[in-house]
Design a protein around this ligand. Structure first.
Ligand SMILES: [Zn+2]
Length: 95
């Protein structure tokens, strides 16, 4: 039987959308985000990745962006929970 994200050791620490690095947000994604696995075939895109929780199977869309304005030389990350249907679609067709 599958566990739900709210009971999951990884997902319960991740909200529907987690942003890090941008002004007004935390500087890094929660440690639990590193427990997600990146789906094969999608690591060619450094800035968008399809990730999945190895414990409960929840899909996430990970985005990395870099601000090219020199007055804010920073980068940020967004991790957004997506539906299983979308995750499967992304996994088969690409992001
Ligand atoms: Zn999970």
């Amino acid at each position: 039987m599958r566990i739900s994200p709210t009971d999951c050791e990884i997902c319960r620490f991740l909200s529907d959308e987690v942003r890090a690095g941008a002004p007004g947000t935390q500087s890094q994604l929660p440690l639990e985000a590193h427990g997600l696995e990146t789906l094969a075939g999608h690591d060619v895109f450094e800035w968008v990745k399809l990730k999945r929780c190895p414990l409960c199977g929840t899909y996430y869309r990970y985005e990395y962006d870099q601000n090219r304005d020199h007055w804010w030389p920073d980068s940020w990350e967004t991790l957004r929970r997506i539906s299983e249907a979308r995750g499967i679609k992304y996994a088969s067709r690409g992001l």
